[in-house]
Design a protein around this ligand. Structure first.
Ligand code: COA
Length: 261
């Protein structure tokens, strides 16, 4: 029985599920309800074999997500805020989701919004997108993985610059920094993102899952541990029907039909 959500929309489009943060009047700011619903939707989609790729986006034309809901910060104690961050985390849910997750970034992608995009596996931005970690302007620092994931993605110097100044960068700069994978005209954002999502969705779900885990290991271990983990995950592919199908299809000169087993 699918759950009912208020702050997000969940749509199935073939093998791809689209999760839209749906608070355009608040520039899709992440309040507690949005985070909880996003994490719950991922839990639901995790078990659903008919979904092979998830795309996150924001409703409306102005924002992907303009950050944490600043209204909720007022009057919050340190302990309450810590509990919020250590509770069910949408960032961790994306990071550990066993299928590829793509951020389709359609406007302001700030603070917790940038952290949401950073937790995703790929980021496709419209040419109108703006990225930043402006927390410093509120007298706080990023708390949803920004200091760690941004640094790993674009390097310490540029991450430090963005986090210490709070300055935003435009889509082309984000592309040059390696913060996004692709920039496309706003009018083509959805089509291009879905095209990519569908292309990935045709691959073996088993191999996608193991590939994501292997790549994530790179920033979490030293080289020897990472290479060892890669060999284990590579060998695990050999226990799948998808590997038999992929190899057979190549030898028979046809397109593989992966079942995710
Ligand atoms: N938290 C809570 N509310 C937010 C929000 C946030 N992060 N970002 C925007 N909103 C709200 C505004 O308060 C406003 O609400 P109101 O209509 O009730 O007054 C509404 O969304 C529209 O925002 P507005 O600033 O008028 O839209 P804009 O398109 O002119 O500007 C931004 C968009 C994103 C540049 C601007 O809203 C902004 O700077 N937001 C905060 C970004 C931030 O610091 N994020 C990090 C948080 S840790």
């Amino acid at each position: 029985m699918p759950q009912l959500y208020e702050a997000i929309l969940v749509e199935r489009r073939g093998l791809v599920a689209l999760i839209t943060i749906n608070r355009p009047e608040k520039r899709n700011a992440l309040n507690i309800q949005t985070r909880e619903e996003g994490a719950a939707a991922l839990e639901e989609l995790r078990e659903d074999d008919s979904v092979r790729v998830v795309v996150f986006t924001g409703a409306g034309e102005r924002a992907f997500v303009a950050g944490a809901d600043i209204g909720e910060f007022a009057g919050r104690t340190a302990i309450t805020q810590r509990d919020v961050m250590l509770g069910r985390s949408i960032f961790t849910a994306i990071d550990t989701f066993p299928k590829p997750v793509i951020a389709m970034v359609n406007g302001y992608c700030l603070g917790g919004g940038c952290e949401l995009a950073l937790a995703c596996d790929l980021r496709i931005a419209s040419d109108t997108a703006v990225f930043g970690q402006p927390e410093i302007n509120l007298g706080i620092i990023p708390g949803g993985g920004g200091t760690q994931r941004l640094t790993r993605l674009i390097g310490e110097g540029k991450a430090m610059e963005m986090i210490l100044t709070g300055d935003s960068v435009d889509a082309q700069t984000a592309l040059a920094l390696g913060l996004v994978n692709m920039v496309v005209p706003f009018a083509e954002l959805e089509a291009k993102t879905m095209e990519l999502a569908n292309r990935i969705a045709e691959k073996s779900p088993v191999a996608l899952r193991l590939a994501k885990e292997a790549v994530k290991t790179a920033s979490r271990s030293n080289l020897d541990e990472g290479l060892r983990r890669e060999v284990d995950l590579f060998a695990l592919c050999f226990s799948s029907e998808d590997k038999d199908e992929g190899v057979r299809a190549f030898l028979e000169k046809r397109k593989p039909d992966f079942k995710g087993r």
